[in-house]
Design a protein around this ligand. Structure first.
Ligand SMILES: *Cc1c(COP(=O)(O)O)cnc(C)c1O
Length: 318
């Protein structure tokens, strides 16, 4: 893992690689008591020629920077972030799965590691990147997701931190997630907190609907995490001739959708087979010859070096 510290001057210095292992800080650390922390997540893929490919690390670095501002934290520079991710990938090269077999998932973490007694920003910060190999979601002929529309609990509020990858966003979704899973669903689909009517997103993935030639996804105006996969899929879909709209989508529109899918670094582009709302199960087209599959395979093709990277989304690191 790679780690770097930052003291009161706000500058991160002297990052270094160490063996993966526990980290130590005060029980009064700001992140432990007051949730001052930001996560990121990105994947490294191995190309046929052995090179390692990173997908849009600059976008992840930028998003961490925005999140850090919201959480009153200093952040590593874009260059420092990418350097840390590269160092982590190279140090763990033996854990990068062979082409087509999966990816190395890299987790950057920025935390208020210094102690605070009353609520306030930490006097010291830590930036860490560490990794784990993950299987290939897309090629495994994965069973489509079954989503449960949550009406009691909400994920994010206007003015809150739903739009950043704050560590504080994930504890509060566990209750609804565990409940949905115990009912046999694969994940929760959240509605907006004001009207309880418009689709927001899934616990850690963005949502899209397709009707005819039109692909729709809710706008990321504060309560929805601006996914980098989401942004990439919007561009890919436009390139393939689809009309893409970022607009509010009422839960009632699900009755007419041809396809529904989720996007995120972890899931890639995942087909949604059904959404259950107030006891009614809406079903959508999945499998061969779906738009979801076309978009997903284009994305995976770019990420693994099989399709030309026209947009310069890929960084070669080996
Ligand atoms: C990480 C995340 C996403 C997906 O973002 P990507 O950049 O595509 O990985 C979507 N929603 C939430 C809540 C997330 O945490």
């Amino acid at each position: 893992m790679y780690s770097m510290k930052c003291c009161e001057d706000g500058n991160f210095v002297q990052g270094n690689l160490t063996h993966y292992g526990n980290i130590q800080f005060s029980p009064f650390a700001a992140v432990l008591n007051y949730g001052q922390g930001i996560i990121e997540g990105l994947k490294v893929n191995r190309k046929e020629d052995g090179r390692l490919l990173l997908f849009r690390p600059d976008q992840h670095a930028l998003r961490m920077k925005m999140g850090a501002q919201r959480m009153c934290m200093p952040s590593p520079s874009i260059h420092q972030f990418i350097h840390a991710v590269k160092q982590t990938a190279l140090a763990n090269i033996r854990w990068v799965p062979p082409p087509g077999k999966g990816s190395l998932y890299i987790r950057p973490l920025l935390i208020g590691s210094g102690p605070v007694l009353g609520v306030g920003p930490a006097p010291e910060y830590m930036f860490l990147t560490y990794a784990s190999p993950v299987g290939n979601y897309f090629k495994q002929d994965k069973t489509p997701l079954s989503l449960y529309v949550e009406e009691e609990e909400v994920r994010a509020f206007s003015g809150g931190v739903g739009g950043v990858k704050s560590v504080s966003n994930y504890g509060p979704v566990l209750k609804a997630l565990v409940r949905a899973k115990s009912l046999g669903f694969s994940d929760v689909l959240y509605l907006d907190s004001v009207n309880k009517k418009y689709l927001e997103e899934v616990s850690a993935a963005n949502i899209f609907t397709l009707k005819g030639n039109v692909i729709s996804t809710p706008p990321t105006s504060g309560t929805i995490l601006p996914g980098i996969t989401r942004k990439s899929i919007i561009e890919i879909a436009r390139g393939l001739g689809f009309q893409v709209e970022e607009r509010s989508i009422s839960v009632h529109e699900l009755t007419e959708a041809d396809e529904v899918f989720c996007t995120g670094t972890a899931v890639g582009v995942a087909a949604v087979g059904s959404v259950t709302y107030r006891g009614t199960r809406f079903e959508f087209k999945v499998g061969e010859n779906t738009v979801c599959q076309a978009l997903g395979s284009t994305l995976v093709g770019i990420q693994t070096g099989l399709i030309e990277d026209k947009e310069e989304w890929i960084i070669n690191i080996h």
